[in-house]
Design a protein around this ligand. Structure first.
Ligand SMILES: CCCCCCC/C=C/C(=O)SCCNC(=O)CCNC(=O)[C@H](O)C(C)(C)COP(=O)(O)OP(=O)(O)OC[C@H]1O[C@@H](n2cnc3c(N)ncnc32)[C@H](O)[C@@H]1OP(=O)(O)O
Ligand SMILES: Cc1cc2nc3c(=O)[nH]c(=O)nc-3n(C[C@H](O)[C@H](O)[C@H](O)COP(=O)(O)OP(=O)(O)OC[C@H]3O[C@@H](n4cnc5c(N)ncnc54)[C@H](O)[C@@H]3O)c2cc1C
Length: 649
């Protein structure tokens, strides 16, 4: 192992294994995760060393080979698709596999919106992979505005069938994962028409390809939408339906009935699958940022460059600017880890209420999940890029491992709800609670108390080491934004603007308000989670420093907000900045040990810069030699080069 990483690990002041188990939930959870990973990583099909030297078609084919291996493994080990074990396996492959949507959206939509009879029919087929489905909602012309979707499902009473049709080019389904070449079924979001009346979006199970030869069925035009930033293993596809007839029983009718139409108690119950993925994305944001931080910190500990003191070329991790870039990323990854735990707890609670027929909580769940999905994906996407840039030239190489994270994760700002739209959806709920504070859920309970123009009684750097004062700072910042925006909305409507135009006119302020609220929630949840966790005092000291860094860094990053709120003054902002420098120094000794606690296998990171042994340069050279251009000493295209060299200008 590279000596610098050895020395870094020897300097650690806490037990790495204790933090690994804390982040995994328990020692047993850690053991189970590592066992599952070993089943994957020991399988050569999950290799990735030549990932950037193969074509899109080979990448897609590899994706299907991995799917086959993953499915065989699940069958051998009796791992169900809706199990925690499968979720762990899935994140460990960190490849969006072609059948991915089948597991995370097609099956859950049937499970959540099918009648008992429909579940009895379709779930065994889907769980046994007799059929492979996707979630086909987005169209060429509409992704966000679901009420604007154009695909039609017209009920034909005489034949007891639905006629599913794409009436225009913009109504073609566009983007669904696995739609292009993999899936033979889809849950299709379509406007339900019966007896000449439109009843809005409902979900319909439609067969797309023959189960015998996989050819498209009559009336089905289908294919891949072409190359994208990432998701190369996934055949995101297009689909045009030309009056395809499906049986009456293929409309998912747990909450609505087509014949003599009975509407769902809450029409947005049909959107439940999207909410479940948004909840997952909060924890995924933590994993992606933790992986990128691991690569950047380990590399920064072995990369020596220039001098602080003459004659000494230090690891770049000794530069305060490098620490200022990277340590907040570690802190953010841990903050989002706890936010993801919170989201899953809330989701499970609401799901059980929904299955008991109580739908009231779905608006709150939507409001919270939409906001945190946008906040954590936006922040982590930016964080991965900060980590990449912190690795200089080698960070720009595919050998760094960053591109694979980045190219797939970039999509999270768009899929499952474009982030601006999600922020505004969350804000819609936030301002409703502001106007009716008694209805505010626990996550917005601070709205119940009028904003007091409190002065932050912070006199020294030590005062910014107190969770309560920091939580109050973020609370007051959010309240200040929300109340001033609410006043703006009130003025706009008072002077005659209708509510929707006023909302649009104030939407930039609304965006700032909901982001401030999300930030407050993340800080509060982070600190309260740490307070509830049992840990040794050496570990608590480290975790406290990291949590304080997350909060103080957030104040520094948005200093204008805190000053504008009147809650802090310039002197106090400087105290925060002094505290940040003190925390960077305190964390430095444990930086490598903290990312070791994220416990990523090298075969997950697939990074010459972030491997556990720190043997960067040999790994880079070995990877470079894989380049197809190096198959021959003189490339076959030399004939062109020769002409260039011999040509006369
Ligand atoms: C590792 C992860 C891998 C992921 C792989 C990628 C797979 C990707 C799959 C997809 O992308 S699937 C498609 C995702 N598409 C979307 O998310 C579309 C987003 N758009 C919408 O959700 C809606 O169009 C909208 C933005 C909510 C707007 O709809 P509408 O115009 O009807 O709403 P409003 O008039 O604003 O009223 C909103 C009203 O409805 C409630 N609500 C909205 N959504 C939900 C929901 N999901 N659950 C519960 N309630 C919802 C909202 O609270 C409002 O209620 P009220 O305020 O009126 O009470
Ligand atoms: C990798 C990937 C995988 C996907 N997989 C699937 C899938 O499996 N199934 C599926 O159905 N879909 C899928 N999608 C589609 C995805 O859900 C949509 O792209 C997404 O919902 C955004 O919709 P849109 O593309 O129409 O963007 P638009 O809504 O057109 O957004 C364009 C711009 O308009 C702005 N905007 C739109 N509405 C508003 C508003 N009300 N207020 C303010 N600004 C607004 C947005 O903020 C954005 O800046 C996938 C997309 C990607 C990138």
């Amino acid at each position: 192992m590279d000596a610098p990483l050895l020395k870094e690990r020897e300097r650690a002041t806490f037990n790495v294994t204790e933090l690994i188990h804390l982040l995994n939930g328990s020692e047993e959870e850690t053991k189970r995760r590592k066992e599952l990973e070993s089943w994957l990583y020991n399988n050569p099909v999950f290799r990735q060393d030549d990932r950037y030297q193969i074509s899109r078609e080979e990448v897609y084919e590899r994706g299907l080979q991995k799917t086959r291996e993953l499915v065989n493994l699940c069958r051998r080990k009796n791992i169900k698709f809706d199990s925690l074990d499968f979720a762990r396996l899935n994140i460990s492959t960190l490849e969006e596999l072609p059948f991915f949507l089948h597991v995370i959206m097609f099956i859950p939509t049937i499970r959540g919106q099918g009648t008992e009879e429909q579940k009895r029919k379709w779930l065994p087929l889907a769980e046994d992979l007799k059929i492979l489905g996707t979630y086909a909602q987005t169209e060429l012309g509409h992704g966000t505005f679901l009420r604007g979707l154009e695909t039609k499902a017209t009920y034909d009473v005489s034949s007891r069938e639905f006629i599913v049709n794409s009436p225009t080019i913009t109504s073609m389904k566009w983007w669904p994962g696995g739609l292009g070449k993999t899936c033979n079924y889809a849950v299709i979001a379509a406007q339900l028409y019966t007896k000449g009346k439109c009843y809005g979006i409902h979900m319909f199970i439609v067969q797309l390809r023959s189960l015998e030869d996989h050819k498209p069925l009559p009336g089905v035009t289908i294919g891949d939408i072409g190359n994208k930033y990432g998701f190369h293993t996934v055949d995101n596809g297009f689909l045009r339906l030309d009056n395809v007839r499906i049986p009456y029983e293929n409309m998912l009718m747990r909450y609505a009935k087509a014949c003599d139409y009975i509407p769902p108690v809450n029409p947005k119950i049909n959107y439940g699958t999207m909410t479940s993925i948004r909840v997952d994305l909060v924890k995924d944001a933590s994993v992606i940022l933790a992986a990128a931080s691991t690569i950047a910190i380990r590399y920064s500990a072995v990369r020596h460059q220039t001098e602080i003191r003459p004659g000494e070329e230090p690891p770049v991790l000794d530069y305060i600017t490098q620490q200022f870039k990277l340590f907040p990323q570690i802190a953010t990854a841990i903050a989002f880890h706890f936010a993801g735990d919170y989201m899953h707890r809330i989701y499970d609670k609401v799901q059980s209420e929904i299955f008991d027929g109580h739908l009231s909580a779905i608006t709150e769940l939507h409001g919270i999940s939409a906001g945190l999905k946008a906040f954590t994906t936006d922040t982590s996407i930016a964080g991965v890029e900060i980590c990449r840039r912190a690795c200089g030239g080698h960070g720009y190489s595919n050998a760094s491992g960053f591109q694979r994270f980045y190219e797939n994760w970039l999509g999270s700002a768009t899929y499952e709800g474009e982030n601006t739209v999600m922020y505004l959806q969350a804000a819609r709920y936030l301002f409703k609670c502001y106007d009716n504070p008694k209805e505010a859920p626990e996550t917005m309970s601070y709205l119940r108390y009028p904003q007091n123009k409190m002065e932050w009684n912070v006199k020294s750097a030590d005062d910014v080491s107190n969770y309560a004062t920091l939580i109050t700072a973020f609370e007051q910042r959010a309240l200040s934004k929300i109340s001033s925006t609410a006043k703006k909305l009130k003025n706009l409507t008072h002077y005659g603007m209708n509510r929707n135009d006023a909302w649009n006119a104030a939407s930039v302020d609304i965006l700032h308000s909901i982001k401030a609220h999300c930030h407050y929630f993340i800080v509060k949840n982070y600190m309260q989670s740490l307070n509830h966790l049992k840990m040794s005092s050496p570990l608590r000291q480290v975790m406290t420093a990291v949590a304080l860094l997350y909060a103080n860094y957030g104040i520094d990053e948005h200093a204008g907000d805190f000053l504008e709120s009147g809650f802090m003054n310039g002197k106090q902002i400087n105290l925060v900045r002094a505290k940040i420098l003190q925390l960077l120094k305190e964390i430095r000794v444990n930086a490598v040990a903290i990312v070791d606690s994220f416990d990523f296998d090298d075969r997950f990171l697939r990074s010459a810069l972030g491997a556990y042994d720190g043997n960067v340069y040999n790994r880079l050279f070995k990877w470079a030699k894989l380049s197809p251009l190096n198959k021959t000493e003189v490339h076959s295209s030399y004939k062109y080069l020769r002409r260039i060299l011999q040509s006369k200008l």
